[in-house]
Design a protein around this ligand. Structure first.
Ligand code: HEC
Ligand code: HEC
Length: 303
């Protein structure tokens, strides 16, 4: 009996050792793989766009800064924030976009803004982390110009934020499971820019505004399982979902107050209605028109 236990113990020891070895090799691989990808230089060509310094442009930019989700990460005063900080995931930091201490360098030019927003890379052409450039690359040149104009006109805020760090879990996910983890990897860098889009209550404008919804509601807007443990499932927001039964007034109220016609209060930390609350009436009408035009045939809905 003793002999068997001793033998078993030995094998268990080997097993633990093998697992440790495997984990080390996997982590080592993930680390090198992500380092390699983070150091890749993307040759980007960003044709200049005209950025007006006029007050109309700044006002429009202020609104679009909210609509296109910049405020959610970079904050209402543009001074940035630590989005996430824990030893397993790492530290994700949305930059201070102002000219204050800890903000963007004084010579951060229009080209640098465009490289960030259209290609998801920094001034050296290397991929940014988390900054959702695969979404901002779909913003029209006119809207980008106004957003940049607003950001450049913002008051300087002195706020020094710590550097970003990819934690072991993020490295493992990116390195072993997701070859398109960095936004720059999800972008077609040769795509023709959209010059201008007409802001009317149309399906096309709704689709344009709904780009950011796909981050949670999936590319077909049919939702899916919870995004993380402790989160609610993500609902289907096409005509097939509850949204399909709501009147226009009910839809508007939901996206402005978070209270659904069924009496459910949507959690503002899980569903960003404090942002959709700021959408204009035309913008909300457009989004609803687009959502009600779905679901499309399967072959069209998946991209
Ligand atoms: C999901 C959060 C998030 C959203 C939304 C977001 N950003 Fe960022 N942004 C980041 C993070 C994180 C970084 C730092 C990336 C890095 O250094 O790897 C960043 C960096 C930047 C930078 C600096 C890039 C550089 O070269 O260092 C600019 C400029 C910027 N964002 C502008 C914007 C604008 C404008 C919008 C809206 C159109 C926006 N961001 C939306 C998270 C976000
Ligand atoms: C960060 C993830 C996230 C983003 C981005 C997001 N949503 Fe949601 N949405 C959710 C979650 C999660 C719920 C369910 C919330 C709950 O149960 O409290 C939800 C619920 C909803 C509902 C209620 C649906 C129902 O049947 O009750 C609507 C409508 C909605 N979202 C529309 C949108 C629109 C439009 C956008 C883009 C402008 C958007 N969402 C962006 C996560 C998100």
């Amino acid at each position: 009996m003793k002999k068997i236990i001793k033998k078993l113990g030995k094998w268990l020891g080997y097993l633990v050792l093998a697992c440790l070895l495997l984990a080390t090799v996997a982590y080592g691989y993930a680390y090198l793989n992500t380092e390699h990808r983070l150091n890749k230089v993307y040759p980007t060509q960003t044709p200049a766009i005209t950025i007006s310094k006029g007050s109309a442009s700044v006002t429009r930019g202020a609104h679009l800064y909210v609509v296109h989700a910049c405020r959610d990460c970079h904050g209402p005063d543009l001074s940035g924030r630590i989005v996430l900080d824990n030893p397993v995931m790492g530290r994700l930091v949305a930059r201070n976009l102002t000219r204050g201490k800890g903000g963007l360098p004084a010579d951060f030019k229009e080209q640098d803004w465009l490289r960030t927003l259209k290609h998801g890379v920094n001034r050296e052409g290397k991929p940014l982390l988390i900054m959702p450039a695969h979404e901002t690359t779909k913003i029209s040149d006119q809207d980008l110009a106004d957003i940049i104009s607003f950001c450049q006109s913002s008051a300087p805020v002195n706020k020094q934020l710590p550097p970003q760090q990819m934690g072991p879990l993020l490295r493992m996910v990116a390195g072993l499971m997701d070859p398109k983890f960095f936004p720059a990897e999800k972008i077609n860098h040769n795509l023709q820019p959209i010059r201008k889009i007409q802001p009317d209550a149309t399906v096309a404008y709704g689709e344009y505004l709904a780009t950011n919804c796909t981050a949670c509601h999936q590319s077909d807007f049919q939702g899916g399982p919870p995004l993380a443990p402790g989160y609610p499932p993500v609902p289907n927001i096409t005509a097939n979902g509850r949204v399909g039964k709501w009147t226009e007034t009910e839809f508007m109220r939901t996206l402005r107050t978070g209270l659904t016609p069924e009496g459910q209060q949507l959690d503002s930390t899980k569903m960003p209605w404090p942002r959709t609350r700021e959408f204009s009436e035309t913008e909300l009408k457009a989004v609803r028109k687009f959502l009600l035009s779905l679901p499309k045939a399967k072959s069209l809905a998946t991209n």
